[in-house]
Design a protein around this ligand. Sequence first.
Ligand code: SF4
Length: 436
Amino acid sequence: MNAYIETFGCQMNERDSEILAHLLGRAAYQQTSTIDDADLVLINTCSIRGKAEQKAMSLLGRLAIRKKKEPRLKIVVAGCVAQQEGQRIIDRVPQTDLVIGPQEIYRLPEYLDKVVRSGKSLVANDLVDRFKIPDLGHVSPAPAASRFLTIMQGCNNFCTYCIVPYTRGRETSRPVADITAEARKMIDSGTSEITLLGQNVNSYGLDRGEENAFPTLLRRVASLPGLRRLRFTTSNPKDLSPTLMACFRDLDNLCPWFHLPVQSGSDRVLRRMNRKYSRREYLDRVAGLRDACPEIAITTDIIVGFPGEEEPDFADTMRLVQTVGYHSAYSFKYSPRPGTVAAGFDGMIEEEEKSRRLALLQSRQNEITLAVNRGYEGGEVEVLVEGTGRDPGQWRGHSRHNVVVNFTADAPVAVGDYCRVRVVQGCMNSLRGEKI
Ligand code: SF4
């Protein structure tokens, strides 16, 4: 039997989809990349913004129509929308067989068996506080040069716009031994770059009452033989400690890249978002990172049009972007999410005005990113090869600063190779170069 997985959203969802594919394999499903060949389709959903949810639900609608002609087709909805909506998904689309929340994915074979035996749809989206992420050491999909490794799940921060605490529960950190065992297994299978994942990795271990456990974990993983590159994402700036900054000074294989979502440059808006840091504190932490690692590449997330955001607040965000000089930024219009505090706030901004602000912000950031990428011209970067590039004879990979590099090479290279590349041109979202 064939299974097809459609993944929406963040890297956590990508890693969950790897785990789901492994578990489907244990239920005798082979992975197919062609949805029409599938006997089971699993939609791993994202609820961070309305658009992501709509995309998943419209795919579900199309599958429901197909199932009328193919009644044996199994339809599974997983991820954050599954957690948020639960039974409502089956009420809306009765052709759905299983709705499974992020904490329940590890029991997928068991739930699928229940669905098949009973012939009835099933919702499994319990959310428990002291959830324990099972040992995933055995989950090893096809070897890859670069891999994600989940170290924790959930979040306790309750930023007023964010659905994650409601869909992924309270912070729960995996045991260090499970993480290092899984990392070692990945390295043994040919992985040389690992990205540690969590909604707020900086608070790793706090659920066990351990302060500064994340820098300690980083040093443990960084010391594993054969690990050439280490990264992590995502961080809440409020928990960015000098101990963590020092890791960038001390650990050679910790890549000089830090994703530090700011969300807004206005103190008034940061308070309404419940982000628990001020603009000043954020800039001080950026300065601290740059002291520890002057070449560090900083990227961020920004929301425009948050309820109550006035023109001076938006101007603060534009100024902050100019001040920090991010390598790049993911920026979005505020999207009210069901059950979040901000969805009930007054001062909602018109869609048109949100679009105007987003366009201004993105054009400013594009100028900065292009200038940063042009700054690499004539210099050298180390590239981890990930595949062939856009043009014939071109290869693609990413640098230690996590910038995409397309380059030419006289002699063939292989995926997983590390190449020195001379940068010929800095482009909007990538660098162009020649292998040295
Ligand atoms: S820290 Fe991140 S995941 Fe947690 S509530 Fe805030 S935005 Fe959401």
